[in-house]
Ligand binder design. Structure first.
Ligand SMILES: Nc1ncnc2c1ncn2[C@@H]1O[C@H](COP(=O)(O)OP(=O)(O)OP(=O)(O)O)[C@@H](O)[C@H]1O
Ligand SMILES: [Mg+2]
Length: 217
């Protein structure tokens, strides 16, 4: 469950979020849409615990993010919450498979069973030939798929993705969206994705629009 209450955030005196309140229930598949610069990444960065709002409240699975310590947030991100950044944020010094396994390693869950699950995702998104490469040796779309597998690897109950198919061709876009829809359906995973694409948004069950720093009802 994700809840925000009256979130406000400004950068350099420019108000980006002007009171954003929303509720996303367990098992929902939500698409957040809105113009470039409207505050979509800012909003999900707050929900992911990467950014503090100036005012307002944010809760993930009943945990108040505003008061959370950095180590609690780090733990949350290896267990309950998966996050795919618009800029992927792979670790440049780790190869693909070590990037993917990092959350499982950090949370001491690099088991045979979990590795098998990871390898099934690797296969599904066609990155098995890149496992020993460094992120700098990959294309944008390849990095994007690695970041998605990394976020799914530990079966978090919530996955937040910032334009998850922005760097992909239509075939891979479909593969990613089908994977997300299946995980949503079969594992009951809550999915929150930011997208500019009506086609990508249509895989979800609800659209939240952001306009002028507020939810556009
Ligand atoms: N760290 C920051 N420092 C200063 N300004 C920022 C920062 N992050 C975001 N902004 C500004 O806040 C506004 C909203 O940015 P945000 O990244 O949330 O937009 P967005 O809706 O995700 O856009 P896009 O669709 O282009 O990704 C923009 O005007 C941006 O310049
Ligand atoms: Mg953005």
């Amino acid at each position: 469950m994700i809840v925000t209450k009256n979130l406000e955030k400004s950068f350099n005196d420019e108000a980006v979020l002007k009171g954003v309140s929303l509720e996303i229930s367990d098992g929902e598949f939500v698409s957040i849409m809105g113009k470039s610069g409207s505050g979509k990444s800012t909003l999900i960065s707050i929900i992911g615990g990467f950014l503090k709002p100036d005012k307002g409240e944010a809760y993930v699975n009943d945990r108040c993010l505003i008061n959370c310590k950095e180590n609690e947030l780090a733990e949350l991100r290896c267990t309950e919450l998966g996050f795919v950044f618009q800029a992927f944020k792979l670790i440049p010094t780790l190869n693909v498979i070590d990037n993917i396994l990092l959350p499982l390693t950090l949370s001491h869950k690099d088991t045979k069973e979990n590795r098998e699950y990871v390898m099934s995702l690797v296969k599904e998104l066609e990155i098995e030939d890149m496992l020993k490469k460094l992120p700098s040796q990959l294309s944008g779309g390849q990095c994007q798929r690695v970041a998605i597998v990394r976020a799914l690897s530990y079966k978090p109950s919530i996955i937040i993705l910032d334009e998850p198919t922005g760097a992909l061709d239509t075939t891979m876009e479909e593969a990613v969206m089908k994977l997300l829809a299946r995980i949503n359906k079969e594992q009951g995973t809550t999915i929150v994705q930011v997208t500019h694409s009506e086609r990508v948004a249509s895989y979800g069950t609800r659209i939240i629009k952001i306009k002028d720093g507020k939810i556009d009802e």
